[in-house]
Write a protein that binds this ligand. Structure first.
Ligand SMILES: [Zn+2]
Length: 518
């Protein structure tokens, strides 16, 4: 593993310059490696013994090594520069030595991790760089989607979001806040001396040959700044369609509509419901089937992962690159397949629906409470019902539920009232082998491990098209759909309970009680 923290800084002496790079140090003179000898002018952080600085007006920085090579000395630096360089080099050297510890490479149980991280709260352990490395490495190994560092009263609460649920990792003294947040600002390329404004930055964590994109944001709160780090793991960005969690029928319908030459396929679900993963998987599937026969373009806010196989554009509202503006330009370039991050205004909706009728396959998301609500929402924002009915080929509602941890799964009895509120009649559930996880070290005592999608795929056929033409409100359309025998999101979720994949509690957490469907 290479360093999580991408440091990059050049310190200028009178004659020589010291480059503090992510992997190690390079000593140059006038931009050239001293004496042209690369061997003796490059040092890995693990080879450094210590850095010291001294002098007053014109200071020096001295670096000694733990092998027999001669020390490096850079003279004629400004004092603050020399001190800053000394601190950076020593931090990087210590971090490199600490990173030899397997805990920086192998997943450890969350309670063990919490103990290791808490040790950094000791005032005698002033290093924050290795703390952040360890925090991020283990977050990635645990599959966390984000890391939260929140000041609460006189503590700093550190949490991971794993499988959509926040888990406490450790508490640290509030005195660490400034250094920790300061370090994150450096890593994320933010303005270090501002603590009164929200800021966003970006960095990359490299682990096991994967580059994980880390989006760091800091926000002032009444107890000082809090930080959130969102992690985008490329190996999780694109999954084969068959692994998303669709049942056979839904998978068949979805695969069919995304391989048609034209039409509009719309996804709906709350934030964090896995819509982007489904869209990315669909694009990868289309690319895999058609290869260079299709030009695929996206416009997203933001681009969550560089797919490497399609043209991806990011919206930039401040400079006029809105979804609608981007989409108009994309259409002039005439790609066959267009993915639009979200349809939220009439203009984008109108262009997208029209494009889906004129030889393009459009994939997008619409904010609505249910699949039926998507039609109503489009009509609401001003798209003609007959256009919606003719262009939209399928609507997909999606949620994510946590999967029962296989290591501690066991049979469980559920309260009939609970079953009923989730939409299951007790007599129907009699034959189900209901399971739940009791909690173990493999799942951090949560009883869950990993997540899977729950899908309602509504392919638009003649009877549904006729209903959409009438421009019915969402609730009425939902009832009509029930009459037509369309399966619901709740049925898909309960099928996963019946199959022992997830629990009734999880269905209630994600979909609410059955009364919420009305
Ligand atoms: Zn478990």
């Amino acid at each position: 593993m290479t360093s999580i923290v991408a440091t990059g800084e050049v310190f200028h002496g009178r004659v020589k310059e010291l480059h503090v790079a992510p992997e190690g140090l390079v000593l140059t003179s006038g931009g050239r490696v001293v004496n042209g000898d690369i061997e003796s002018n490059y040092a890995d952080y693990t080879e450094i013994d210590t850095a010291t600085s001294g002098g007053d007006k014109a200071s020096w920085l001295r670096i000694t090594f733990n092998d027999n090579r001669p020390a490096w000395q850079v003279s004629g630096m400004q004092i603050q520069q020399a001190e800053w360089a000394e601190q950076m080099v020593n931090e990087a050297a210590l971090a490199a030595q600490q990173r030899d510890d397997p805990i920086y490479r192998q997943k450890v149980a969350l309670d063990t991790l919490g103990q290791h991280l808490s040790a950094f709260g000791d005032p005698a352990a002033p290093q924050v760089a290795p703390f952040i490395d360890l925090l991020l490495v283990q977050a990635i190994l645990h599959g966390a989607s984000d890391v939260h560092i929140d000041p609460i009263a006189n503590q700093l609460l550190v949490r991971y979001r794993i499988d959509g649920a926040l888990t406490d990792i450790c508490e640290l003294p509030i005195s660490m806040r400034e250094r920790l947040i300061g370090r994150l600002k450096v890593v994320g390329g933010m303005i270090t001396y501002r603590s009164d404004v929200p800021q966003e930055g970006r960095s990359t964590a490299a682990i096991d040959d994967r580059d994980i994109d880390a989006r760091i944001s800091v926000l002032p709160t009444i107890h000082g700044e809090k930080a959130t780090i969102r992690l985008f793991d490329p190996t999780r960005a694109v999954m084969p369609l068959a692994e998303l969690g669709m049942d056979d029928e839904a998978l068949q319908l979805f695969t069919d509509v995304i391989l048609r030459p034209q039409g509009t396929v719309l996804l709906t679900g709350p934030a964090g419901a896995g819509k982007t993963t489904t869209l990315y998987s669909a694009l990868a599937h289309i690319h895999g089937q058609r290869r260079s026969l299709s030009a695929i373009t996206t416009i997203e806010d933001p681009v969550e992962h560089d797919l490497g196989i399609v043209t991806q554009t990011e919206t930039d509202e401040r400079n006029g690159l809105t979804f609608a503006a981007g989409l108009r330009t994309i259409l002039r370039q005439d790609p066959e397949v267009i993915m639009i991050g979200e349809i939220r205004d009439a203009e984008t909706g109108g262009i997208a629906i029209q494009a889906g009728l004129t030889g393009h396959l459009i994939l997008s998301t619409v904010h609505a409470r249910s699949a039926a609500g998507v039609f109503a929402r489009l009509i609401d924002i001003g798209v003609e019902p007959f256009l919606v009915a003719s262009s939209v080929t399928a609507v997909v509602a999606q949620r994510l539920v946590r999967k029962i941890c296989p290591a501690c799964a066991g049979p469980v009895q559920f309260d009939p009232a609970l079953l009923e509120s989730a939409g299951v009649k007790a007599e129907d559930a009699a034959g189900w082998s209901l399971k739940a996880g009791g909690g173990c070290s493999a799942c951090g005592q949560s009883g869950y491990s990993g997540r899977t999608g729950v899908f309602q795929v509504l392919a638009v056929d003649a009877p549904l098209r006729a209903l959409v033409m009438q421009g019915l409100p969402a609730a009425e359309l939902q009832q009509e759909l029930g009459r037509l025998g369309a399966s619901s999101l709740r049925e898909a979720a309960l099928a996963k309970v019946k199959a022992g994949v997830t629990t009734i509690d999880e269905v209630l957490r994600v979909l609410g009680s059955v009364d919420a469907d009305a």
